[in-house]
Design a protein around this ligand. Structure first.
Ligand code: KIV
Length: 262
């Protein structure tokens, strides 16, 4: 399993890879790959539960899914998202929530935004809970943004993201996700930091890339965001396989004698 010091060193070497992972069976598959980090993202509430946005994720969900992923992927560094408002009520509750994710099997927690979180990031990272930051299109702020839109376009927004990135590193974050920002801004932020940046819709100049597993496998239907590449035709493969099962049953071709107990 990759460690925090190794993650930090990778900035000078070759890109980090991270994919989302929400359940036991996909964790087992991913455990056998070379991917560096698994993210139990709060996007699970959209992908697994059909919610419209990530504000519907709860601590209970994140803990259950983190536990399932850890069981399936004993060799992977797991980052678990702190869900909406779970790190905003009080320092004590936030620390308890981060502790619950670590005790469920995560190696680190990820939290969105910098303003209002710096004291928590400092407390967690100095207490043995590595923190990954997340700036740019932070989906828990969907109601402020008015939708899933590219961030960091205006001069003021660019400056704020740069300032927040530096503040998160100073507070002790060991890495930073940059989501849906222009490549030029991601490049500028990267050059200001000694911790690695991991991009999603932030261009090639990040120190790593992350994608939602279901997007990269081609399981997601509907409009594909510009930054998603489908490395597999998942929807088609599933459809075809289930249709084959359907036909085999109708044809009395399944189960065969080899698939039947005497
Ligand atoms: O929850 C998630 O899937 C994420 C990624 C988009 C980085 O935070």
């Amino acid at each position: 399993m990759i460690s925090v010091p190794e993650i930090l060193k990778r900035k000078e070497k070759y890109p980090l890879t991270m994919v989302t992972c929400y359940d036991h069976w996909s964790a087992k598959l991913l455990n056998a790959t070379d991917v560096d980090l698994l993210l139990v993202g709060d996007s699970l509430v959209m992908v697994m539960y059909g919610a419209d946005d990530t504000t519907q994720a709860t601590m209970d969900m994140m803990v259950q899914h983190t536990r399932a992923v850890r069981k399936g992927a004993p060799n992977k560094f797991i980052v678990a998202d702190m869900p909406f408002m779970s790190f905003r009520k009080s320092l004590e509750t936030s620390i308890d929530n981060a502790t619950a994710l670590i005790q469920a099997g995560a190696n680190a927690v990820k939290l969105e935004g910098a303003q209002g979180n710096l004291e928590l990031v400092e407390r967690l990272s100095s207490s043995g809970i590595p923190v990954m930051g997340h700036l740019g299109l932070t989906p828990q702020f969907i109601h402020n943004f008015g939708g899933f839109k590219v961030q960091g376009k205006s001069e003021a927004a660019k400056n704020q993201i740069s300032k927040d990135a530096v503040a998160l590193e100073r507070a002790g974050a060991f890495s930073l996700v940059l989501e849906c920002i222009p490549q030029s801004l991601a490049s500028e932020v990267r050059s200001q930091l000694s911790i690695p940046t991991i991009g999603i819709g932030a261009g090639l100049d990040c120190d790593g890339q992350v994608l939602v597993l279901h997007d990269l496998l081609g399981f997601t239907s509907g409009k594909k965001p510009r930054f998603v590449r489908e490395f597999c035709q998942g929807r088609g493969l599933v459809h075809e396989s289930v249709q084959q099962f359907q036909q085999a049953v109708l044809d009395k071709n399944f189960p065969s004698s080899e698939e039947t107990y005497e």
